[in-house]
Design a protein around this ligand. Structure first.
Ligand code: UDX
Length: 464
């Protein structure tokens, strides 16, 4: 490759990009890059997702994403395609955003990452930069490299019996692997793509660094250059630390209840110390979602494999596991017997502004309520369809409501499990009139206790 020609093409955004994996990370990345001016192909092993995207729809709900998708399908800068191998051959920069699900022992299942690496190896027709964006354990990038070398045509076969085949070192000069972990949060993925606090680029070649630095140049934030393993570890460390903050404050909340203190004021008090800060210290029913719980377990596993006992993180997980029991106990204390009682549940998604219910604390809470014989009226602005797959409406024990107020109708208690803004805006007097018994059990501290009590409720929240 002519270095100067390539540099000009890079500046002119002529270097073709592809994104492998059209999920919560892949789609925002693909259309975000299109918005920055790049031409991006998007592929996924699930061809239904490609069909949905091609029709201009999203396979999940995410604010602001629909507009960007429509815009760049129309501009022709985002092209969803079934032709994975063709797209690999056409692309120079390949962002790997495939799933890294979990095995039973907590270990990350990297089979999708490996499959992608092998496919890239088979289609290595010129220089390629493979950018790992999925959250993966340290040294995965090294594995990707080794896999590509091994499966590339002629890889490791510069033996006398294989004359004419390219050597392993020639192959590695034709590609680089970089680790560029994604920190975006669901529900604000588009915002986070364009306004990240930092971009981390783990690289081991100048060329890889130059390409990534050029791609991210328009984003006004620090771009950190590290080696591959460090970048991978930054991602895991960040998520493990965030999880630790939440479990920590949840234990403090329990303590506040027993000694008679207000956890929200405690957070205010400690948060003013810049060494601590006020963020990510919202007490509640625990953290869920696709990333935090899974990445925490993968980090614990990684430490174990390395012979380290990171028991601090095991405790973080244990505290989190117990949050739904702590919440169910509050419901019990309020209602005494649940059997036959109607309970309204507001909020099913693992957090607001998403329809995602993966590892949502609401699942365990609903299971607990059903096991006690409660009759449930559920409502969520986005996540009801996903929840119906787990708790269908059969048998009259579970009903999905089209309005938050309908979930309150005739209820003996109303539970808040997700902090949607819509719930903060409810007319509490109206809610009170609809309910059989005015009890609110608030797992997200949405209301000021005085406000709820003034509206005539028995109000139970977290750590206050
Ligand atoms: C997380 C990381 O924040 C993000 O950087 C990474 O890229 C992916 O994983 P996400 O899964 O979208 O993002 O959700 P996040 O906003 O972090 O919330 C995770 C869970 O923690 C939610 O269930 C949320 O309700 C809970 N949470 C969060 C709390 O209980 N208290 C808090 O203070 C913050």
């Amino acid at each position: 490759m002519e270095d100067r020609v390539f540099a000009r093409e890079l500046q002119d955004k002529m270097v073709p990009i592809m994104v492998l994996g059209m999920g919560h990370v892949g789609i925002p990345t693909a259309v975000g890059l299109a918005e920055l001016g790049w031409k991006v192909a998007g592929v996924d092993q699930d061809l239904a997702k490609i069909a949905i995207l091609r029709e201009g729809r999203l396979p999940f709900y995410e604010p602001e994403l629909q507009e960007l998708l429509s815009k760049h399908l129309a501009s022709g800068r985002f092209i969803p395609t079934e032709d994975v191998e063709g797209a690999i051959r056409s692309a120079t920069v390949l962002f790997v955003c495939v799933g890294t699900p979990q095995r039973n022992n907590g270990e990350a299942d990297l089979s999708q990452v490996e499959a992608v690496a092998r496919m890239i190896a088979r289609n290595l027709n010129g220089y390629k930069l493979i950018v790992e964006k999925s959250t993966v354990p340290a040294i995965t990038a090294q594995w990707i490299k080794r896999t590509i070398q091994r499966y590339a045509k002629g890889g490791n076969t510069n033996s006398p019996e294989n004359p004419g085949h390219v050597s392993g070192s020639e192959i590695s000069s034709r590609f680089d692997v970089a680790s560029n972990p994604e920190f975006l949060q669901e529900g604000r993925a588009v915002h986070d793509f364009f306004h990240p606090e930092r971009v981390v680029c783990g690289v081991d070649s100048e060329q890889a660094w130059e390409i990534l630095a050029e791609i991210y140049r328009p984003l006004q934030c620090p771009i950190l250059r590290t080696d591959l393993n460090t970048a991978e570890l930054i991602k895991h460390t960040a998520n493990a630390f965030l999880a630790t903050k939440i479990s920590f404050i949840n234990m403090v909340a329990d303590l506040c209840e027993t000694v008679g203190a207000d956890v929200m004021r405690v957070v205010e008090g400690i948060g003013l110390d810049p060494r601590i800060g006020p963020d990510f210290l919202r007490p509640g029913i625990g953290f869920g979602g696709y990333c935090l719980p899974k990445d925490l377990r993968a980090f614990i596993y990684l430490a174990e494999v390395q012979g380290l006992d990171f028991s601090l993180l095991k405790e973080v997980e244990r505290v989190n596991q117990r949050r739904s029991e702590v919440f169910l106990k509050k419901v019990h204390q309020a209602l005494w017997v649940l059997n036959g009682k109607t309970v309204g549940v507001l909020g099913l998604a693992f957090k607001p502004n998403t329809d995602d219910i993966r590892e949502a604390p609401s699942i365990k809470i609903i299971q607990g309520l059903l096991a006690e014989g409660a009759v449930l009226q559920l409502y969520d602005p986005s996540a009801m369809r996903n929840m119906q797959a787990i708790f269908p409406e059969e048998g009259g024990r579970v009903k999905y409501c089209s309005l938050a107020y309908d979930a309150a109708r005739g209820a003996h208690a109303l539970l808040f499990l997700t902090e949607w803004d819509e719930f903060r805006q409810l007319d509490l007097a109206q809610v009170r009139n609809l309910m059989e018994v005015p009890i609110l059990v608030d797992g997200r501290n949405l209301f000021a206790p005085a406000q709820a009590r003034a509206a005539g409720f028995e109000y139970i929240s977290i750590g206050r």
